[in-house]
Write a new protein. Structure first.
Lengths: 113, 112
């Protein structure tokens, strides 16, 4: 089995700050990783994904994430946040050839003016 | 452009009553389809997935069932609701198993 952990339940920053949201996974083989955003009471929106190749992947709205096999991590970053980035962010993982997506517990990002 | 629609938007049901939630995807042929459940303030748990019409695989047992009667339709149902079924139900689609998933707006279910 695999698990996805997001160690920070809440992160608060000011507009214009940089932010890093952490995601760690536990699985020894190849893994597909992704990040999703959920604004209050709504469905999820895809941000970015990593399958192979360049460990730094770019997503929408200035987000990027870096995969590290040695750290079993896939942290999400943004250089300068906007108030509209306030939402819950979910990290997700899937094994190749399996149609099951495992989500972390989510990190609520609050961006203050 | 592809669109994903879920119905109803919200439901309030009594314990022991039946339930049927629907999901329709327009603009994509033969997508993979998924059902998720999210407890209030919680993470997402995948319930079912379907790769093709008439075939549905269960991921967890929560006294729910799913069916895919048409290529663009995915139905979640149960004959007897439990209090623990309350939550937010999300439908999603992807192209193949590797692709990112696109989520619908969700259905809020309250079981009393």
């Amino acid at each position: 089995t695999q698990t996805v952990s997001q160690s920070d339940a809440h992160v608060t920053v000011f507009e214009g700050d940089s932010v890093e949201l952490r995601c760690n996974y536990s699985y020894g083989g190849s893994i597909y990783l992704s990040w999703y955003i959920q604004h209050h009471g709504r469905g999820l929106q895809f941000l970015l994904k990593y399958y192979s190749g360049n460990p730094v992947v770019q997503g929408v709205n200035g987000f990027e994430a870096e995969f590290s096999k040695s750290d079993s991590s896939f942290h999400l970053r943004k250089a300068s946040v906007h108030w509209s980035d306030s939402a819950v962010y979910f990290c997700a993982a899937r094994m190749p050839n399996y149609n099951v997506l495992y989500f972390g517990s989510g990190t609520k990002l609050t961006v203050e003016p | 452009a592809q669109t994903i629609h879920q119905w109803p938007v919200a439901e309030i049901k009594a314990v022991g009553s039946p339930l049927s939630l629907g999901c329709t995807i327009k603009g994509k042929s033969s997508p993979n389809l998924y059902w998720y459940w999210q407890a209030t303030g919680g993470t997402l748990q995948q319930l079912f997935y379907s790769i093709t019409v008439g075939q549905v695989e269960s991921v967890v047992q929560l006294n729910l069932s799913a069916s895919r009667p048409k290529d663009d339709q995915f139905i979640l149902s149960t004959e007897k609701l439990l209090l623990s079924h309350s939550g937010f139900y999300l439908c999603a689609w992807s192209l193949g198993g590797r692709g990112e998933q696109y989520f619908g707006p969700g259905t809020r279910l309250t079981v009393l």
